[in-house]
Design a protein around this ligand. Structure first.
Ligand code: C5P
Length: 136
């Protein structure tokens, strides 16, 4: 628990293409925070490492194949939502195979870091933007 809230562990990934653009995914209708743009990823399931989560989620959600050696931890988001406290390690991945496809009905967009502010993000993801602008 943090601050009386249960912890939710979500792994997220900044997939970076050869032009230095980052992939954002728009949360679809019917999900919480629908319409907001996020780094792809998902909940870390029991007995899974965050790297395993990302390998699974990137394949399931966008048809991207990568491996643990291509995922480097970058930073961490920590945000108190009303019902839970989100802890979200953000990884960076520059080496992957496949062409990003919206396999779950979400919209996908490759965005230059300096343009990311034009894409409204969940409150947990937003503080990560300056970090990526500095890095990329
Ligand atoms: O994607 P999923 O709905 O499983 O994520 C669980 C919760 O984690 C979301 O409701 C959202 O509040 C939060 N989340 C977030 N930023 C992300 C992914 C998830 O704030 N990139």
């Amino acid at each position: 628990m943090i601050g009386g809230r249960k912890i939710l562990l979500v792994a997220a990934c900044a997939l970076v293409d050869t032009d230095g653009r980052v992939l954002l995914a728009q949360r679809p209708e019917g999900k919480s925070l629908a319409g907001l743009w996020e780094f792809p990823g998902g909940k870390v399931e029991p007995r899974e490492t965050p790297e395993e989560t990302l390998i699974r989620e990137l394949a399931e959600e966008i048809g991207i194949v990568t491996k643990a050696a291509c995922l480097a931890p970058l930073t961490f988001a920590s945000h108190a939502y009303e019902d839970f406290h989100l802890l979200m390690p953000l990884y960076i991945c520059r080496r992957f195979e496949g062409i990003a496809r919206p396999l779950e009905g979400q919209r996908l967009k490759w965005v230059r870091p300096r343009d990311m502010r034009d894409y409204p993000m969940p409150p947990a993801d937003e503080p990560l933007i300056p970090f990526l602008i500095d890095l990329l």
